[in-house]
Design a protein around this ligand. Structure first.
Ligand SMILES: Nc1nc2c(ncn2[C@@H]2O[C@H](COP(=O)(O)OP(=O)(O)OP(=O)(O)O)[C@@H](O)[C@H]2O)c(=O)[nH]1
Ligand SMILES: [Mg+2]
Length: 276
């Protein structure tokens, strides 16, 4: 199936959907918000889900919530791994289902399930969010982009149906900062990324914004200059001829970030140049 066929199929499915959950990564909500998704959901009721709040800086997440609220968007911060924020999501869903059925009854029609869909770029936690909503592992999840391959309906207790969809990301993104963030949150295919280059960028970012976190994690002194070499030295990562293993240092750093071992880190803050 071509990308166009997939898009046409999804558009057809979305025609019958009442409400969209647009799932973004709370560490970079603006960059992880896709133009493709925005175009698909134009004119539909939608809620913006800031997922992975457990990995993001809580102060910055608070700023994002205020920012989106000021833009009159309905925003729901959640942690789909542990279920944080999900009771608020269920409350909103119940209200939406009630509102739908009130309208249907007024039109003399029978009650029906609220049809929702979960959309977003790869690896933002769409399937995990859906699993939390239904309280079961009904759909596959995994920490790499492209786990969900086709759209699928999941029915929940007759009151709501949810459509899980594969991550969508424009292949035309050129902005260096955006590519950096998308790589850190693993929305991009890891095969397409040079880990040393990404590791160096991550260290520079941490040096500038979260220096204490990384020093503490590595047990380094305040005046240490942070490079992949100093990280490899601190961890004893060597290759055969006595050189430091920078690739291993980079992979180690990126894995530590994605597991939240460096503490809660946000990659972007709201500014007036946010593009939505
Ligand atoms: N720490 C943390 N990890 C999460 C959270 N939600 C999902 N994850 C993890 O993120 C990874 C991706 O989750 P999925 O639910 O497969 O993401 P997806 O958006 O469905 O991914 P695709 O189908 O590939 O587009 C998995 O390793 C999840 O365990 C969260 O709130 N916090
Ligand atoms: Mg998925």
């Amino acid at each position: 199936m071509t990308e166009i066929d997939k898009m046409t199929g999804l558009l057809k499915l979305l025609k019958v959907v009442d409400l969209i959950f647009e799932v973004v990564d709370a560490r970079c909500p603006n960059t992880s918000r896709s133009k493709q998704v925005r175009n698909l959901i134009k004119g539909k009721r939608s809620l913006l889900v800031l997922n992975k709040t457990d990995l993001a800086d809580p102060r910055v997440t608070g700023d994002w919530v205020s920012y989106y609220t000021s833009q009159e968007e309905k925003v729901l911060p959640v942690d789909a791994l542990r279920g944080g924020g999900m009771s608020r999501v269920r409350e909103v869903l119940d209200q939406e289902a009630d509102a739908l059925n009130t309208v249907l009854r007024q039109k003399g029609r029978r009650n029906r399930a609220l049809r929702t869909a979960v959309l977003g770029i790869p690896n933002t936690g769409k399937s995990s969010f859906l699993n939390q909503l239904i309280g079961k592992r009904k759909v596959l999840r995994g920490d790499r982009p492209g786990v969900t391959r086709g759209a699928q309906w999941v029915h929940v207790r007759g009151t709501i149906s949810i459509l899980d969809t594969p991550g969508m990301l424009s292949p035309h993104i050129k902005d260096e900062d955006a590519l950096f963030m998308l790589a850190v949150i693993r929305a991009l295919d890891p095969e397409s990324i040079d880990p040393i280059d990404l590791g160096e960028k991550m260290l520079n970012f941490l040096q500038e914004h979260y220096r204490d976190n990384i020093l503490k994690y590595l047990g380094l002194l305040e005046d240490t200059s942070l490079t992949l070499t100093s990280l490899a030295r601190a961890k004893g990562f060597l290759i055969a001829d006595g050189e430091y293993d920078l690739q291993r240092a980079a992979v180690f750093l990126l894995a530590a970030c994605s597991k939240g071992r460096l503490g809660r880190i946000s990659l972007e803050v709201p500014t007036i140049s946010c593009s939505y």
